[in-house]
Design a binder for this molecule. Sequence first.
Ligand SMILES: Nc1ncnc2c1ncn2[C@@H]1O[C@H](COP(=O)(O)OP(=O)(O)OP(=O)(O)O)[C@@H](O)[C@H]1O
Ligand SMILES: [Mg+2]
Length: 318
Amino acid sequence: MENDLLLDEPRLHLCALLGRGGMGSVWTARYDGAPTDVAVKVTLAGHVSDDARARLRREARALALAAGPQVVRLLSDRTSAPTPFIVMEKLEGAPLSAHTTPTSRLPLDEIRAVLVQLGWGLGRLHAAGIIHADVKGDNVVLVRNGGAPEPVLIDFGVARTKGEEPLDSDAQPAGTPRHMPPEQALEPMRPTQRWDTWALAVLAYQLLTGRTPFEADDVGSILCRALAGEYVAPSAWVSTLTPEVDAVFAEAFAAEPDASYASVGGFVHALVTALAEVASFPEGAEHASATTVRPRGPRATRVSALAPTRLHREMVIA
Ligand SMILES: Nc1ncnc2c1ncn2[C@@H]1O[C@H](COP(=O)(O)OP(=O)(O)OP(=O)(O)O)[C@@H](O)[C@H]1O
Ligand SMILES: [Mg+2]
């Protein structure tokens, strides 16, 4: 196939495009004679800048260091090839983002199981000094083994690993505005575990309510809402969710990182404990609309001291 010309690996054949991002593309592929497919992420042809190669190399390194449950398996690192690429196991399943609308939600017990496993996986990453930095439904594949849902993290394209050489492009915010805490946009050179804990809280909110907490038309407004704590309490969307569940999100979305959960495990434990008291989602219609939580007022904090106008002026998101 014509696409094979891209790769310096005659035994590996690209079959079908799975996705195309800013830096490259992901393909289903197969080695000669192999019984199963693999997934290949390759830098865009003609765009093999030093930065693109370094980024894919970092992705491969993070995947290798993060190896274990809940993380897609790296099979081969070919980031030194003329056209750099990595080979991963091919996951069979749907993205978790397929379950983030009011009509597509998973059953409550499966949401709990998925969050617990993502908490373990991210906790393991953090212990290894890795911040994923782009946790969201599109970057989690839900694999079903004998029926039980198993979430697997993919796309370590903007992950940051402790001790690695910073790239010039790290100074630009990277990630997904609706899923990131304000400080990820304002202080991109200072990755912390809260980037992932916040993003997991956004994903948990979506799985439970079928909505995104911080919604607006432009990037600056989304992040200003996040900074001001302007979101609808989950119980306002779903009547069976309790004030205890609301309180967990209030802590996860605290403006000041120090007032928030210290670890992803702390967040997941608190949420799962609160959800244990929730029997199920209500049958039939839910609240059609809900009022926005009153913003908490001015915040004399390290993050909010960085003027919100900067969010409007300077945000350029990959
Ligand atoms: N190992 C895999 N197994 C199955 N599907 C995969 C795998 N890796 C990636 N994909 C699919 O390819 C898509 C793109 O992959 P990934 O998110 O890593 O690339 P990306 O270049 O960062 O793209 P984007 O910018 O759109 O996030 C994923 O959303 C997923 O659907
Ligand atoms: Mg992705």
